[in-house]
Each structure stands twice: as C-alpha cells, then as structure tokens.
Write a protein that binds this ligand. Structure first.
Ligand code: 3PG
Ligand code: CO
Length: 554
C-alpha cells in the first residue's frame, strides 16, 4: 500500500538545515545593457557561477518542461513553483483548457451545463484577462468559448475585459480589444446580443492577489456587477484608446470603465438570473473575485448588491476551499508534493515571502493547496507588501525583511528547511523600469547573501534557484535576438517573463564534499529540484519524481 515514508538516502545524512531560496524572475541571458542582472552588482549570485558545472548549472523553466502547452510559452510563477514543489511535470491549466475546448468536453461537463441553465432568460458574462500572454488566460480560449456558448444557446453575452501589458507588450490592449469587438460584431450579425460591458487595467481593476488590496477587486465589482465606473464609453476599443491617451497611462493600470448605450445606461451590469464565467485559468489573481461572487458571508468590501447568479470559474481556483464550487475544467491534480512528504518524514519547514509572492512559496509550492499540512511542523510567515504603489518606486521591496526572517529562522535551528521567495527581479521587471530593476536585482542579491551567511554559521546547505526569467532581458527582440524599436525609434520594453533558463546553485558548509551536479541531465528543469532537495535532507525521492540533479562521489 501507499506510504508517506521516504527511503533513507544511501549516502547523505539527515537533519541538515537547508535554505531553499527562489529568486523570482531571475533568468540567465547574454550580458548586455538590457540584462538588469548583468548590469546590477550581484556579487553573491556571480560567485555561485564560478562553481559551475559541479555546484552551479542552468535548468529549464518554460514551456513543456513546466507543463505548458508549447515551448513558445514563457515560464511563470505558478507553474514554476508547482514544478519546484511537486517534483513532477503536470499538464497545467493552459493546456487542460486547450484540450477541453479541442475535444468539446468542456461543454459536456457539469460546469458548463450549470451556467447554461441561465442562457434562455439571462445574460452570460465573461470576466477575465484579455491577452495572449498565456499566463492567466488566453484570447483564443475566450474566442472559442464565445463561439461555443453562442452555439449552445447563449443569446445575450457581455464581456468584462481586463487589459494586460504585463505578460504582453504595453499598448497591445488596443489590438486585443479590436479582435474581441470584431468577434462580438460577428455574433451580433448572427442575432446574438453580444457586447463588451466593462473593463480596466489588470493591476488596478480586479486582479489583485493574496488579499494585498481589496480595493482593486472592489473597483472591478463596481464596474462589472453594479455598472458603475468613473469612465463611460460606447465601445471597448474607444475606451482603451481614449484612456491610454492620459499621460503616464499604461495597459496594466487603466482605470475602470463601463460601456453605455445611447442613453448613457451601462449595457451590462450583472443581475439576478445571469450566468458568470471568470475565464482566467490561473488562480492567484482570480480567487478574490471568486470569493466576492460566491460567498454569502463576505466583509472585504460593501458589494451593495449581490446578484443571484450561476457562477463558474474556468478552473476551480482553490481545491481546499472548493472555490468556486462550479468550474468548466478540472484543475491539475497535484498530489504528494515534496512539502507534504517532508513533513511526514520529520522535516520542519519555515516558508516566507512578502504578500505579493507569499502564496508562491506556500499555495503554489504545495500544489495549489492553501494552509498547512501539519501546523506543528510548519511555519509560514507573510511580510506585508507595500500596497497602492508600483514596485519601481520601492524596488528593494521587502527583500531585506524576508532575508532577516529567514536568517532568524535558520539561526533558531528550529527548522530543517527555510524556504523563501525574493520577488524583486520579477515584480520590478514587470514595471518595465530598467533602472529600478537594476536596483531590484542588487537588493535580491544582498538578501541571498544574508541568508547564506546564516547557513554557513549553522553548518547548513543552500539551494538557490529561480522560478522563471524576467529581469535578465527587458527588451522585446526579433528572431535574430536584436532589440526591436517602436515607431518613434525607442526600444520596446519587455515587461513580461522570458523563455530563458534559470540558474541553480548548491553549497554551504553542510554540503557533503562528494555532492555535485550530475552531468547526464543536460535537459533538467525545475521539476528536478524537488528530488534534489529531498536528497539533501537525507531521503530518496519517490520513484515517480523527476530525477535528482545531484550525485555523490566518494
Ligand atoms: C503576474 O501575475 O504578476 C504576472 O502575470 C505573472 O507573474 P508571476 O508568474 O511571476 O506571478
Ligand atoms: Co512575474
């Protein structure tokens, strides 16, 4: 039968203190002026590199290596941390939705049939991120869903579109909105009353995460449900074009707007009897809205009016909370993660990050599962993020505070694994501010230094890696790799993640002398890290885990 008990590693001892450090958005790319990690002073990360190939190497962090549909898909934190924590590669949300749409199974399952009940007399509302970024959602999936729902009886459809500019180029919202408006116009020709109803920039409207700032969700609620927003337009394209004209405006932070009819009346508030689908497959930035839509008891903001609707998520966003209770596609079932195994085998764990990445080293790490496996064995610490600012203003973020907490946890000797996420490279990289990203990278490097110093003091081991690339390339490039210019001759800033591999380094006074990276896994990826860390804790990994990256030579 199944047992949580892990076999002892034949050569490696138990009981070592291991720092598991994840630098968010820290890939490896050619050194040049748009590589902020290269430009920044990063002596600690640089020193690891000198240990190659035995103590430093690169691992894949994008595409199929992390369960994404194709190798053109950049990595992201959800799939990266899932792979790191679970030690296996799962077909991820993006892929599962593709398959369900392709086979038509999405229309046969419970979730769709549940919302379909409203099609005769109610409106179908689709709320989500409008882009082809493939991190939270994809435009082509929305298009297929619009087509599929209208062919299956939806007579009145309203889209509540959040503009991106974070997983895709800033300014691309106009094109995506044009595509959407064209599709909706074609549906109207077929007699379906289909329109954009509201919108706003993802970072300002709806898509907050880990309860950093409920105001963001409230702004969305007001526009989507109540039909109230400071800006009113007649269609989505006009809205996005006009709002982008304001100085300093960008897709990520567009203010909320509603679309109104010729009498100035909002065309698509959500009312009793309607169906609602949130079409993002990724959980972290949709689960707050899911709570607002689904929970009867809710005190995060005044919803004013709570319509009686049938609501389904594209996926179920939280398996523990069973939220939402209806969904179109089943999420990947990520079980037996390394965190759960280790807890069952006596490994005491401490995990910490600041709010904006806290769920990454807990929820995502543990296979999209909230809470502790065993509270006696684990401690999770969240440091409040600055809210209401863009992180280029405070590029050091809470790196120092996270490192201090990790240091203290290490020096307390109460834990065997001290796991952190350092958000700087990613969160500041997403702002597209190159100078600030350089400051961010330096801050992350300093945090690493503080943590590994503590590891040296206790005779522990460090494992330093990243979840995906971002700060190492801040410019959009052509196929040849040359920077692309816009109409005005300025470089096109790349706010998104990249396809680059990420470094992994091992070391520390506690690392047995014979431990080194194997040379027979050149294609290794993030999913190989879990077995590696289990070995360093003194255990063999379960058989179905991706192989360990290390070997022990005598
Ligand atoms: C975000 O949600 O901020 C971005 O779309 C993806 O960033 P992350 O995968 O690093 O969280
Ligand atoms: Co990111």
């Amino acid at each position: 039968g199944f047992s949580w008990k892990l076999n002892d590693h034949p050569k490696l001892p138990k009981g070592k203190i291991i720092a598991m450090i994840v630098l968010d958005g820290w890939g490896e790319a050619k050194p040049n002026e748009y590589n902020c990690i290269h430009v920044a002073e990063t002596p600690t990360m640089d020193s690891f590199k000198k240990g190659a190939p035995e103590k430093w190497r690169l691992v894949k962090a994008h595409g199929k290596a992390v369960g994404l549909p194709t190798d053109d898909d950049m990595g992201n934190s959800e799939v990266g941390h899932n792979a790191l924590g679970a030690g296996r590669i799962y077909a991820q949300g993006a892929k599962l939705v593709d398959l369900a749409l392709e086979s038509g199974k999405i229309y046969e399952d419970e979730g769709f049939n549940y919302i379909k009940e409203c099609f005769e007399t109610g409106t179908l509302h689709l709320i989500g991120l409008l882009s082809d970024g493939g991190v939270h959602s994809r435009l082509d999936q929305l298009q297929l869903l619009l087509k599929g729902a209208s062919e299956r009886g939806a007579k009145r459809i309203r889209v509540h579109a959040l503009t991106d500019g974070r997983d895709v180029l800033d300014g691309s919202s106009v094109g995506f909105m044009e595509t959407l408006e064209n599709d909706l116009a074609k549906l109207r020709e077929k007699g379906i009353d289909a329109q954009v109803a509201s919108g706003g920039g993802r970072m300002y409207v709806t898509m907050d995460r880990y309860e950093n700032d409920w105001e963001v969700v409230k702004r969305g609620w007001d526009a989507q449900v109540l039909g109230e927003a400071p800006h009113k337009f007649r269609n989505g394209v006009e809205a996005v074009k006009k709002l982008r004209e304001a100085p300093q405006s960008n897709d990520q932070y567009l203010p909320p707007f509603v679309i109104v009819d010729e009498n100035g009346k909002p065309v698509g508030p959500i009312v009793d009897g309607d169906a609602v689908v949130t079409f993002n497959f990724r959980a972290d930035r949709m689960v707050m809205l899911a709570k607002a839509l689904e929970y009867e008891d809710f005190d995060k903001f005044d919803r004013v009016r709570v319509p009686k609707i049938r609501y389904a998520g594209m996926l179920q966003y939280d398996g523990e909370l069973k939220l939402p209770s209806h969904y179109l596609v089943s999420p990947p079932l990520i079980e037996r993660t390394s965190g759960e195994y280790l807890v069952h085998n006596g490994v005491r764990t401490f995990a910490c990050s600041e709010t904006v990445k806290f769920g990454h080293v807990t929820f995502f790490w543990n296979g999209n599962r909230s809470g502790y496996f065993n509270q006696e064995m684990e401690e999770y610490v969240e440091i409040p993020s600055d809210s209401g600012i863009t992180f280029n203003v405070q590029p050091k973020m809470k790196a120092l505070e996270i490192a201090e907490k990790a240091r203290d946890a290490i020096l307390s000797r109460k834990f065997h694994q001290v796991r952190v996420n350092l958000p700087n490279g990613d969160m500041v990289g997403h702002t597209g501010d190159i100078q600030a990203t350089v400051v961010a990278c330096k801050a992350a490097d300093e945090a690493v230094k503080m943590i590994i110093d503590a590891i040296e003091q206790v005779g522990g081991i460090y494992v330093v890696t990243a979840d995906h690339g971002n700060a190492e390339d801040m410019v959009k490039r052509n196929k040849k790799g040359e920077p692309l210019l816009d109409k005005n001759g300025n470089i096109q800033i790349l706010t998104s993640h990249t396809l680059e591999p990420v470094p992994i380094a091992i070391g520390g006074a506690g690392l047995e002398p014979g431990v080194r990276f194997r040379q027979d896994l050149p294609g290794g990826g993030l999913a190989n890290v879990a077995a590696t860390v289990m070995n360093l804790h003194g255990f063999e990994a379960p058989n179905d885990y991706e192989p360990t990256l290390i070997e022990v030579v005598d």
